[in-house]
Design a protein around this ligand. Structure first.
Ligand code: ZN
Length: 551
């Protein structure tokens, strides 16, 4: 197939026929040992045995034998994407709730001050968006929480990339998730309940992150009268790590769900949610990476951690874990009519792992980034083995992953103007340089602005900036939404908010030091496992297991 000059419109994606082992993740968990998936115009047209006749209109379509196992695209239900440029933090001590580390001096110097410095440098915005999206894609993610941008007028929008964004779908059949509650409502469990009841789809909320009674209080405060809870089927609690078995019973009885982020929890707290109790109670569970500074680089790592924890505690089967990033996640989003499994009339989002033997669920859990030979979204091949991408008619930026030749295809007729024509390698170089010179960038950010915002806008073509979850109310509430009263009765959350585009905090340049960029993949990072070994809170079983799985 000749390379096209114009980018493929997903609504007009080409007729493709892929042959391989197919893990449908449908209700019967059907696996087709040798099957074919036919796609066109963004959708799956048919999923069937390779011996079956081609569906109508595909009689002349060349069949591409991909030599791999095909899964639904992976859904990451919790990620603070912009932070994924920052390397894994050597967590200095064992924390018991998130209020502790988010106030730690080292957290400020290694994570929040560097990120605020990058965010205060508008010319890096495009590079950050390009880099972190590519990183998710190379790890098999086809749907994720998005990147919030804000302008001087306080208008927010989401970066529009090629990975689906749960908060902004541009697709009326895929209802957007809410992650935002007005502060007034959030201070009152009953008002919060009224807000939840209006929710048509999923509401993602950080809930009880940490393992101690303070963390659990965020869940308890959802009870506004005996037995009356501000929980509806829309509520999906991120982390839910401090919940006791009876809390999971309550969550399940009210129809709530959770996102499990075991690696983040283990890094910070040395323990994670009691998912055995959550499972026993019948709480629907999905997975999320959280972020690179204290979490997984991609879903392939998060699946490995979840698998190791599950094996050690006899909780989830490999199939159940794969369901967490496919059909369960789609169900939580109420997107299951379109995504989460492979069937005719669903969207053509899929990932391919090289090889067709052994347990298909373990195969995905064990996969390294270099084992992924194709990531397709809406019928468009976005990442994959270079030869396969070309065979399917897609041609973009070449790169190596674990020594294998890979290609990225970012072209989109409605591509975000921010990143048009920006290659991943250019974005990576810009960010490496910026992270090396963080102190100078911070000093620059602290200097009084010589140019008006309007002048800056003309110069850079945009006033959009990163809206950081921990600085602005991006709607991704990092702190408990309901009043978490400290001894003095103060609301902890309010104290953390800062106005949009306030001058950078005075300590920024004093706090930051040069940093290395977080690499795109684990498989290309010779230092990753050694750095992990030095983490204080991660159990040896997880460290050894990850070394085994990644080596
Ligand atoms: Zn988070």
């Amino acid at each position: 197939m000749a390379t096209r000059k114009k980018p493929f419109d997903p609504a007009d994606s080409p007729k493709l026929a892929l042959e391989g082992r197919i893990v449908t993740m449908n209700g019967a968990f059907k696996v087709i040992a040798r099957g074919r998936i036919y796609t066109q115009n963004g959708d799956i047209v048919a999923v069937q045995d390779a011996a079956a006749p081609a569906p109508a209109g595909f009689g002349n379509t060349a069949v591409t034998d991909i030599g791999g196992t095909i899964y639904p695209g992976l859904i990451d239900l919790h990620n603070h994407l912009p932070y994924n440029v920052l390397p894994l933090w050597q967590v200095p001590k064992k924390f018991t709730n998130r209020g502790q580390w988010s106030r730690h001096a080292e957290y400020h110097s290694k994570i929040s001050a560097p990120m605020q410095t990058l965010a205060a440098t508008p010319e890096l915005l495009a590079a950050i968006c390009r880099y972190v999206e590519a990183k998710a894609l190379i790890g098999g993610t086809t749907t994720s929480q998005g990147i919030t941008l804000a302008n001087q007028a306080g208008i927010r929008r989401y970066f529009k990339g090629v990975v689906r964004n749960v908060e902004a779908t541009d697709d009326e059949t895929l209802p957007a998730v809410s992650t935002r509650v007005p502060d007034v409502a959030a201070r009152d469990a009953q008002a919060f309940l009224a807000r939840l009841k209006k929710e048509k789809t999923c509401y993602l909320l950080h809930l009880s992150e940490g393992l101690d009674p303070t963390a659990r209080r965020a869940f308890e405060s959802l009870q506004f009268a005996p037995g009356e809870w501000a929980i509806t089927p829309s509520l999906c609690g991120i982390h839910a790590a401090a919940l006791r078995p009876e809390d999971f019973q309550t969550l399940a009885a009210k129809g709530g769900s959770m996102v499990w982020s075991p690696f983040s929890n283990l890094l910070l707290y040395g323990g994670t949610a009691d998912v055995a109790a959550a499972k026993a109670a019948g709480v629907p569970i999905s997975l999320g990476c959280d972020w690179a500074p204290s979490g997984s680089r991609n879903l392939l790592n998060e699946l490995k951690v979840a698998h190791l924890w599950s094996e050690a505690h006899a909780i989830f089967t490999p199939r159940e874990l794969v369901a967490m990033v496919t059909r369960n996640a789609a169900r939580l989003l109420e997107w299951d009519a379109a995504l989460g499994s492979l069937a005719a009339a669903k969207r053509a989002d899929l990932v391919v792992v090289e090889g067709v033997s052994g347990d298909p669920y373990l195969q995905l859990i064990r996969a390294k980034e270099s084992d992924l030979s194709l990531v397709m979204i809406n019928g468009i091949a976005r990442f994959g083995a270079e030869a396969l991408m070309r065979a399917l008619g897609f041609s973009g930026e070449s790169l190596e992953v674990g020594g294998a030749r890979r290609m990225l295809y970012f072209a989109h007729p409605a591509a975000d103007p921010l990143v048009q024509n920006l290659s991943l390698s250019a974005a990576q170089e810009a960010l490496k340089g910026a992270l090396r010179s963080l102190p100078a960038l911070a000093r620059k950010a602290e200097r009084p602005k010589l140019m008006s915002e309007a002048g800056l806008a003309r110069k850079s073509g945009s006033t959009w900036r990163l809206a950081l979850d921990e600085v602005l109310d991006t709607g991704v509430d990092l702190r408990p939404n309901l009043p978490l009263r400290g001894p003095g009765g103060r609301t902890l959350r309010a104290a953390m908010m800062r106005p949009l585009f306030a001058a950078a905090p005075p300590k920024l340049s004093a706090a930051v030091a040069p940093l290395a960029i977080d690499r795109l993949t684990v498989v290309d990072d010779p230092d990753y496992l050694d750095a992990l070994d030095m983490q204080k809170n991660v159990p040896a079983m997880i460290k050894e297991g990850l070394r085994d799985l990644w080596s």
